[in-house]
Design a protein around this ligand. Sequence first.
Ligand SMILES: [Zn+2]
Ligand SMILES: [Zn+2]
Ligand SMILES: [Zn+2]
Length: 296
Amino acid sequence: MALSCPHCPAFVVPGAHSCGMCGASLLTEAVPGSGEAVCAVHPELRSLHSCSRCGSFACAQCLRQSERGELLCATCHARTPVGLVAWDRREELGTPRAFWDTCMDIILRPEATFERIQPSGTVGSSLGFAALCSFVGIFTTAFIYMGIMAVTPGASPAMEGDGVNPGAARAIGVGVFGTWIVMAPIVGLCSTLLVSGVDHLILRVAGNTEHPFAVTLRGNALSQAPYLLGLIPFCSMYVVPFWAIGLRVIAYRNLHGLSWGLAALGALAGPMLSCFVCGGGYLALILGMATLAGKS
Ligand SMILES: [Zn+2]
Ligand SMILES: [Zn+2]
Ligand SMILES: [Zn+2]
């Protein structure tokens, strides 16, 4: 939202005391009894604009502009922790609360959240978030499987046939899913590093050379927020990865300041390339086997 000078057609910077174009003072004395809007903090001054958050009238020196471009009064502006997601304030909020709030913000208001936050975060902070997403994403499902394994008599008939006792088979089953839970954060962390690296390389090649790797990593990690849905058993596996890639486009666009096209290229080219490579590998394998089968 642009603020215009009451004396000339120029736009003025919120917080400035005078117009940069015509030089007129923006701090106009209010005429007592005239009924015009006056600043809530300085009742002797005329209000230039109302705060778009709390609605109170503000004079030129009380107006501020948020990172999202809203005109705010000084009080509301000071109250907004600009540029941070809850995850950045986890020492103050506690890790579970910070994680939950950040996920909800990104799931419910992706555009507004990525538009507001600062692009850079520490590598450790981003990787921690990604690791937690991977853990939460599979935890409930793996835990239920573990329970099923623990109560199923003779988990695998084949094993029983080989003379393995059902107790040992059960223990193996429980162990597999237990390991899955323990390994998930490590795998998530490594894959986030790898995928962000590929995405960043693509963005570099495509011409975005302004921002460091930490920005791509932050966007990639935060876009994994929908894995929170993994808390609902058997829910996350199929939809969430695509959802996360969609969010990644929004994240890269805002954090790197890119066009939609370039952001989509950065977020989608990597996964598409890997599908192509894997698909090509499968195709080669099938063709190879078909050729062998044809010869024999
Ligand atoms: Zn002016
Ligand atoms: Zn306000
Ligand atoms: Zn004021």
